[in-house]
Design a protein around this ligand. Structure first.
Ligand SMILES: Cc1ncc(C[n+]2csc(CCOP(=O)(O)OP(=O)(O)O)c2C)c(N)n1
Ligand SMILES: [Mg+2]
Length: 382
């Protein structure tokens, strides 16, 4: 390992890390997993297959989106390759009434909550001022590119649930909770600290789902923290659990317990999902400039999809099943591509329309400037 290596004793899977599916695909729950095992009883064979299907579909989608960016169709793409298990398992542990506050990499969580993936592409093409209406899309809130700002939004929302009395009534069918996704880099932001302080103080119905993908662009997590990130939870006075984020079952079971606790009024908790960003930070990044090839190989050998596939094969899933999923993923990507190529830019006036509720002289001035600028191309004179 080089000095810049992100794999340190602090950040690799240890005996304290909840794991059900070992890297070789065998079902081998460790001691840390024992208390979460009952939550797996909620799952049937169809759920395991659905997890696999969604992971494969989103990885294929991810490749398609990166291609679209390279072909000039998107301004930027944010790959999720490698983080599928952390995202799929946790997403399925939410209930319809829950609210989800994503960062900017949780594409499959959006898909599971009912967001059209093309709407996510619109955001990354820069032709929408938000993307979707959360209330109409599974309470999946808007992507947040200002690191950790969503932790505060989610804590505020969770406090609102308490004030409205929509949580902790004792009815698990209707009690609400919030889950917020953020990264190892975002965990260093002041906003994340404030959100955790308020969450603990108000005992919000909330789960902090920290995806430790080992990198904040080119800064390794080992430089962000001298301690495993889940241990920070204790300092706020809430439970913290580290999971093998490449094990979809660990992600499901631990999130299911944490969300159940949150809905039931037992307060907030923090989950650190150890995973790895296999691709670049975004299409504007080149990880070969700062990342050790050995680290990548270490994590690719712990791929979340391969591990679930091996497990499913052992449980009798047929070659036809896997071929069918691959076909479905290819069709999904083709459909997304076709519709992405159809995205039309809105009228440029929308840039100004929603800045203020009332007319504003500065906005009028800027609108007039843009009109003149655009007109300068039409008439040939500036
Ligand atoms: C407040 C703020 N500071 C800096 C940035 C620039 N920035 C964008 S992504 C990123 C790294 C984030 O890393 P992490 O939280 O680990 O999430 P990941 O991208 O790895 O999923 C940085 C520094 C930003 N978007 N917002
Ligand atoms: Mg990160």
């Amino acid at each position: 390992m080089t000095p810049n290596s992100a794999v340190t004793p602090d950040t690799a899977v240890t005996a304290n890390t909840v794991q059900f599916l070992a890297a070789d695909g065998s079902f081998a729950p460790n001691d840390a997993a024992a208390q979460f095992a009952p939550y797996l009883e909620r799952l049937g064979e169809d759920d395991y297959r659905r997890f696999y299907r969604d992971m494969v579909v989103v990885r294929r989608f991810d490749t398609e989106a990166a291609n679209l960016q390279r072909q000039g169709q998107l301004a930027l793409w944010v790959p999720s390759h490698g983080q599928e298990a952390a995202q799929v398992g946790s997403a399925y542990a939410t209930r319809p009434q829950d609210h989800i506050f994503p960062s900017y990499r949780e594409h499959v969580v959006g898909m599971i909550r009912g967001v059209d993936m093309v709407d996510i592409l619109r955001v990354l093409r820069g032709v929408t001022q938000g993307g979707w209406t959360p209330a109409e899309h599974g309470n999946f809130h808007l992507y947040s590119f200002v690191l950790a700002s969503q932790t505060l939004h989610s804590t505020g929302y969770a406090m609102g649930m308490q004030f409205d009395g929509t949580t902790a009534t004792g009815n698990p069918e209707t009690d609400e909770a919030v889950i917020v996704y953020y990264g190892d880099g975002a965990s260093s932001q002041g906003d994340a600290n404030e959100a955790l302080v308020f969450a603990a103080s108000y005992q919000t119905p909330q789960v902090f789902f920290l995806q430790n993908n080992h990198w904040a662009i080119s800064v390794p997590v080992s430089r962000q923290s001298r301690s495993p990130l889940y241990l920070r939870a204790g300092g706020y006075g809430m439970p913290g659990t580290q999971i093998d984020g490449n094990d979809v079952l660990a992600s499901y079971a631990v999130t299911a317990k944490s969300m159940d606790d949150a809905r039931a009024g037992r307060g907030p908790s923090l989950i650190e999902a150890l995973t790895y960003r296999v691709g670049a930070h975004t299409t504007a990044d080149d990880p070969t400039k700062y990342r050790d090839a050995d680290d990548l190989a270490y994590w690719v050998a712990r791929d979340p999809i391969v591990r679930l596939r091996t497990n499913l094969e052992g449980r009798g899933a047929s070659q036809e099943f896997f071929d069918g999923i691959d076909e479905e993923a290819a069709d999904f990507a083709a459909d997304v591509r076709r519709r992405a190529l159809d995205i039309r830019s809105p009228d440029r006036s929308v840039i100004f329309d929603n800045v203020y509720a009332e007319p504003h002289p500065l906005i009028d001035e800027q609108r007039a400037w843009l009109d003149r600028y655009e007109a300068s191309f039409e008439g040939g004179e500036a």
